[in-house]
Design a protein around this ligand. Structure first.
Ligand SMILES: CC(C)(COP(=O)(O)OP(=O)(O)OC[C@H]1O[C@@H](n2cnc3c(N)ncnc32)[C@H](O)[C@@H]1OP(=O)(O)O)[C@@H](O)C(=O)NCCC(=O)NCCS
Length: 164
């Protein structure tokens, strides 16, 4: 458990009751949202772990943040991580990432990779603080909308953290 002011939070594996709230948070956090069934299908895949952060004492289905990780024996990937806006910049993203790192190190996974929009300063700051290094650039990987509605290419950074 950990606290943000008076509120205590815990990180645990998500259950089926959380999928709907996770889909809503994903939709609010990214240009291309994932539906509840997409979240469920991903969470059911072999080697996939879905973590949620929620207030202590709150019921399942109450989600302040989530972290979706896929692992093989050699390498893991963050598929998606987000914290609800009202809980951001208080350490929840850091906590969700560190929980994943603990689990992966426990499983002796060699490294963790992720892709992040090169303009996403909050996420890049968090990943660099955890020791991730940029290993590649992928221009045009993400698409954003300009004022005129046209799609704009954005660059993705591929970042990696060696775990062992
Ligand atoms: C990226 C995200 C998960 C970070 O979650 P968070 O709970 O706000 O992160 P934390 O509070 O744990 O912050 C971690 C570190 O980053 C810093 N940080 C957070 N936002 C920051 C910002 N906008 N500018 C500078 N530093 C920032 C924090 O200060 C903290 O560092 P510190 O411990 O040295 O103070 C959150 O911003 C989010 O959900 N964004 C939308 C979805 C997204 O972009 N996900 C990542 C996709 S790759």
């Amino acid at each position: 458990m950990f606290g943000l002011g008076k509120t205590e939070f815990m990180v645990l594996e998500a259950g089926p009751d959380d999928h709907s709230a996770i889909a809503k948070l994903h939709e609010a956090s990214f240009p291309r949202g994932w539906s509840k069934s997409e979240i469920m299908n991903l969470a059911d895949q072999k080697g996939v772990t879905l973590l949620v952060a929620r207030e202590v004492g709150s019921q399942s289905g109450s989600v302040a943040g989530f972290n979706l990780i896929r692992q093989t024996p050699e390498e893991a990937e963050i598929l998606s991580v987000a914290v609800a806006q009202k809980f951001q910049k208080q350490g929840l993203g850091d906590r969700l990432m560190r929980d994943a790192l603990l689990r992966l190190r426990g499983d002796r996974v060699g490294s963790l990779i992720l892709e992040v929009d090169s303009q996403n300063q909050s996420a890049i700051y968090l990943y660099e603080k955890l020791g991730f290094k940029t290993i590649a650039n992928r221009p045009g990987y993400y698409k954003d909308k300009a004022d005129n509605g046209n799609r704009l290419p954005l660059t993705a950074l591929v970042m990696r953290l060696d775990l062992v």
